[in-house]
Unconditional design. Sequence first.
Length: 328
Amino acid sequence: MAPTATSETRAPHVTEHSITVAASPAVIYDLVADVSAWPQVFGPTVHVEVLEEAPEAGGEQLLRIWAIANEKVRTWTSRRTLDPASRTITFRQVVSAAPVASMGGEWRVEPLEDGRTRVVLLHDYRATGDDPAAEELIEQAVDRNSRAELAALKNAAELGDAREELHFTFSDSEVVAGAAGDVYAFLDRADLWPERLPHVARLDLTEDEPGVQHMDMDTRSPDGSTHNTTSVRVCFEDRNMIVYKQLRVPVAMSGHTGRWVIESLGDGTVRATSWHTVTLDPEGVRAALGPEATLAEARALVRKALGTNSSTTLRHAKQFAEEARAGS
């Protein structure tokens, strides 16, 4: 089809990606429908928030999504409609991120005669101003992310019941006799952590746009060794909350997300909480801890390692905020 003069009448680009999964359609559909689990399941997804939800209107949701596309964190707002009967989920971006002018698509979960399931992911999109260079960038991002998401979906679905044992969430808290803003400021200024926290050996922080941070951190272990992680953080100063996703995780994990939350207790104190959600990698557990290591042992070790570092950070944030109040 020959291009026309305006983007309004030009046909959008359409792509289709698919994968065959050895799991039931119900399991796969539930994984796609549950946006709260997307950061753990889908590599490109950093954070998702449900802004509006209307189950009585056919399962319609308004979502805000932060995800990595072409190595940058993009955020957009999408409306989607869930249809469990046909096992389809349609989506359409309401507010897109440049260079995307418009984007939508559909998930289709189709049972096969051999007991497996075919998952189809469709996209249609236009670039701002129908710019060919922008269209190529969008095509690359859609292709890369679609392949990554389908592969991750296959991996998660085929774990079956074992996924419940591999996946866990925990938290640590401190009550602080200080201002929420001071606790938040301590957590936000991660670039100062090597000076402020004993377990942080090195940390490079970049902030391409306000509130979206990229961290490359070396952490000291109790035995003196260091390990490297890279993370993306989305900071919500108005809510005293920071969410993050590790892009490079220790060998025993396949996924690690978390958030720092600061809540007023109404008596002049605040509660600062560190939440972690971890998905273990069975092969990584055996490689790191030995062939006889159990998932229970790995859970305990990960809980202790992450919890120790989080608790140390919370104690220093508490001291920082309480000293700030005492000195004011």
